[in-house]
Ligand binder design. Structure first.
Ligand code: CO8
Length: 257
């Protein structure tokens, strides 16, 4: 498949998508978002892929939605056209996605990072929702996901002033899973993704679904949901293999079924 705004490669069971509009700091235009959706569709359909890495350049993960593309828009078009829906593809990805974030993750860039399951940040990463400085507000879930990730006080300051977080702050506030030196970001993200991709895909996908359910339901409902998934995994060959391997003191070899 040909792409103009992203690079797509596979490395064993890991699919890697690199945002690649360097002249615009990976600003997310409609074409790029459509390509991202197509790449995700392909990786989701590929039984050989167990985890996806989403990354950008050293200077920018993504500096936001493309402001120049949005500039001429008026309300009727934003409402009637399929303007934001295509951004939701990443949040509907059922396979795990690791974001490897270096440089700017602003506006829509921060929002797509937050749609991923694990965010690894390089020490030069900057996270922010500066939309307020453009006379708008976060439009791809930023005000919601950021608030759930770091709490109202910090999210409110970021959304109302556009203040950006350093990687260290993002780590301290719980927005990212950890910070690594810039030079090690990609290798570290691959290591995490390879670990996940080597596990049983059904249990990985269900664990992702279960953690995400915590954001959308009550504790009692979430626990009931988790229990059903837990029980269901006993129907898989991988549960038999994982437990047999433990008992036999050997490494597990999962069939992903
Ligand atoms: N959109 C379009 N072009 C951009 C963007 C952007 N978001 N960010 C940077 N660029 C372009 C610049 O215009 C410039 O292009 P050119 O050389 O042709 O002038 C090039 O990238 C390099 O940028 P700078 O010269 O500005 O580089 P600096 O190092 O001086 O500054 C910054 C880097 C601080 C990142 C700066 O570029 C900046 O502030 N960018 C805008 C950040 C921003 O406001 N992001 C939020 C955008 S709004 C948004 O994301 C809404 C999300 C809603 C999602 C749903 C929509 C469907």
């Amino acid at each position: 498949m040909a792409y103009d705004n992203i690079l797509v490669e596979t490395n064993g069971r890991v699919g890697v998508i690199t945002l690649n509009r360097p002249k615009a700091l990976n600003a997310l235009n409609g074409e790029l978002i459509a390509e991202l959706g197509r790449a995700l569709d392909a990786f989701e359909a590929d039984a050989g892929i167990g985890c996806i890495v989403l990354t950008g350049s050293e200077r920018a993960f993504a500096a936001g939605a493309d402001i120049k593309e949005m500039q001429p828009l008026a309300f009727p078009a934003t409402y009637t056209d399929d303007f934001i829906t295509s951004w939701e593809r990443l949040s509907r990805c059922r396979k795990p996605v690791v974001a490897a974030v270096a440089g700017y993750a602003l506006g829509g860039g921060c929002e797509i990072a937050m749609m991923c399951d694990i965010i690894l940040a390089a020490d030069n990463a900057r996270f922010g929702q500066p939309e307020i400085q453009l006379g708008i507000l976060p439009g791809a879930g930023g005000s919601q996901r950021l608030t759930r990730a770091i709490g109202k006080a910090k999210a409110m300051e970021m959304c109302l002033t556009g203040r950006t977080l350093t990687a260290e702050e993002a780590d301290r506030y719980g927005l990212v899973s950890r910070v690594v030196p810039l030079a090690e970001l990609r290798a570290e993200a691959m290591k995490v993704a390879e670990t996940i991709a080597g596990l049983s895909l059904p249990s990985v996908m269900m664990a992702k679904e279960s953690v995400n359910r915590a954001f959308e339901t009550t504790l009692a409902e979430g626990i009931r949901f988790e229990r059903r998934l837990f029980q269901a995994l006993f129907a898989t060959a991988d549960q038999k293999e994982g437990m047999a391997a433990f008992a036999e003191k050997r490494g597990a070899s999962f069939q992903n079924r």
